[in-house]
Design a binder for this molecule. Structure first.
Ligand SMILES: C[S@@+](CC[C@H](N)C(=O)[O-])C[C@H]1O[C@@H](n2cnc3c(N)ncnc32)[C@H](O)[C@@H]1O
Length: 198
């Protein structure tokens, strides 16, 4: 992770404060789609200001977050005081193999220097039979904009990265804003992948 990226996210979090990256309802949709009750813990990678962790912590789960931005982490700790939130790079997650029952990564993986490395870290720390939720942008979304260096791929290209022998893709949904618009999957803004590790 470059120091420019860290500076960018620190500045962003300083300016925006507790404001979330998406509508608050959208985080609840993520939680609902993972039915958290049987699970013991969750790690949110690139947790930003901690809105998702705050919701998960209402489910009697241990909640963990990592982010490269110390300002983001500071805000997230205040927003979700019962969560364990640390400064760390998603490409080198400082937790043991299979430690988490649920691993989420919303709008962050596309900013990593090495997406394959980041994804292999997600798979590594996810427990067998655990769930993975990743949301990523689509290169065919017709309106072009970027807040920071990011990789946008097509649905087929993302599937190619996420498919592995020990991973089953359970569901792919249109994610985040504009998902209610009638747009075919091919032109969606972002995709949410829900996967199980075996
Ligand atoms: C678009 S924001 C999304 C924040 C949060 N997931 C949400 O949906 O509210 C991307 C976040 O990923 C973090 N990030 C970017 N690259 C990262 C990396 N390599 N490791 C950990 N966090 C990273 C940024 O600091 C930022 O907080």
């Amino acid at each position: 992770m470059t120091s420019e990226a860290i500076t960018f996210y620190n500045d962003w979090h300083k300016t925006k404060g507790i404001n979330s990256w998406r509508k608050l309802n959208d985080y609840q949709t993520v939680v609902d789609s993972l039915c958290p009750s049987p699970y013991k813990n969750i790690l949110d990678i690139g947790c930003g200001t901690g809105h998702l962790l705050k919701l998960f912590s209402q489910y009697k789960m241990e909640t963990y977050g990592i982010d490269i931005s110390e300002i983001g982490v500071e805000i997230a700790r205040r927003n979700s005081p019962n969560s364990n939130i640390i400064i760390a790079d998603g490409e080198n997650i400082p937790y043991a193999d299979k430690y988490f029952d649920i691993v989420t990564c919303l709008g962050a993986l596309e900013h990593f220097d090495n997406i394959e490395k980041g994804y292999s870290e997600i798979v590594r720390v996810c427990n067998t039979y655990g769930l993975i939720y990743i949301s990523v942008p689509n290169k065919y979304f017709p309106v072009k904009f970027s807040i920071q260096k990011e990789v946008k791929l097509s649905l087929e290209e993302w599937i190619k990265i996420f498919e592995k022998d020990n991973i089953k893709i359970l569901e792919i949904k249109k994610d985040n804003k504009y998902r209610w618009l009638w747009t075919p999957m091919k032109y969606a803004y972002q995709y949410a992948f829900i996967m199980r590790k075996y």
